[in-house]
Design a protein around this ligand. Structure first.
Ligand SMILES: [Zn+2]
Length: 324
């Protein structure tokens, strides 16, 4: 089946409304500003494509003809998401509702190459006519448009055409984005976010920015490198070659002191961008969440509810979100 024909603006609007809970054709027509006839046609098309299904009759207010309620058909479309971390590869398969259907994690040996990653991905990703594609989250710098990556902290990875290599090897469409951007997309899928930063503290340190409800990638896909802003002049040497970066100062500290370093960096970020929501994530934060929560500025701060699946889920949503 060709799902690419189902990406018109109105199709996406209807899928988005059903995802957010608009149940009947009549309420979709009202919310979308479309005629009932137009909505009936779109719904019929989406049902025959296997993306929507009827769940049964509901009575709106108890009078008149009962209306059929609609919901997303979870198996209507799937997407894969992968996180190429500096020591492991995580892969999830998502259904149309964004739920994880299966998940795998495999270790990556020190100094792993792009071919090693493709070898590890190949047995975990199965193309199929219901599979929209694969999203890959990886550390920056990278170019979101052409999927060429030169990640910090991965020796030998310089201008790697990861999108092209993965498409050739795996035989399905691939989108490549920064791990932090994938992560903030995952958070926004579950929780309404508007001006927010997702702080990822794992093998590196960075943020995914959501400004005015949109992922902010910047002019060269380089936005969000909070880990490589300077917090200590003449501080410890960083993987990026400069001194005193937040990432290096945080790594040199531990416990409360490390949390304070992150707290200062996030406070600077909130001052700069007037953010009202911060979500903390990454294995360093998940090891001692209370410590990090206490060090944060006075805005709405929470810990991710996705755990270790955050980046791979977000990477899958880079592909899946195309339908909404
Ligand atoms: Zn740095």
């Amino acid at each position: 089946m060709d799902l690419t024909s189902l990406r018109s603006h109105n199709d996406r609007t209807v899928l988005r409304l059903v995802r957010s809970g608009a149940l009947s054709r009549a309420s979709i027509a009202t919310d979308a500003g479309l005629t009932p006839q137009a909505v009936s046609k779109i719904v019929a098309r989406l049902m025959s494509a296997g993306l929507l299904e009827e769940t049964g009759a509901v009575r709106d207010g108890g009078r008149g003809k009962p209306r059929m309620s609609l919901r997303l058909c979870p198996d209507g479309a799937h997407a894969y998401g992968a996180y190429v971390d500096r020591d492991e590869l995580r892969v999830v398969r998502l259904d149309l509702t964004g739920e994880v259907v299966s998940a795998s994690v495999v270790p990556l040996a020190p100094m792993f190459t792009p071919s090693d990653v493709l070898d590890a991905l190949a047995p975990l990703v199965e193309p199929g006519d219901r599979v929209l594609g694969l999203g890959i989250g990886i550390a920056g710098p990278l170019d979101f448009r052409d999927g060429v990556v030169s990640p910090n902290g991965l020796p030998g990875w310089s201008s790697v055409p990861l999108k092209e290599l993965a498409e050739e090897r795996l035989g399905l469409p691939v989108v490549v984005d920064k791990d932090t951007n994938a992560a903030v997309l995952a958070e926004a899928w579950r929780t309404p976010l508007r001006d927010a930063a997702l702080v990822l503290v794992g093998t590196g340190l960075g943020v995914g920015l959501l400004l005015g409800g949109e992922v902010h990638r910047g002019a060269r896909s380089g936005a969000g490198e909070l880990g490589h802003t300077t917090i200590q002049l003449d501080g410890p040497l960083c993987v990026c070659g400069r001194r005193g970066c937040v990432e290096a100062v945080h790594a040199a500290a531990s416990g409360v002191e490390a949390a304070r370093v992150l707290g200062a960096a996030v406070t600077n970020l909130v001052q700069l961008l007037d953010l009202d929501q911060i979500v903390l994530s990454g294995r360093k934060v998940l090891e001692s969440p209370e410590l990090y929560l206490r060090a944060m500025p006075e805005v709405d701060v929470s810990i991710t509810s996705y755990g270790a699946d955050l980046v791979p889920v977000g990477a899958g949503l880079l592909v899946l979100a195309d339908l909404f």
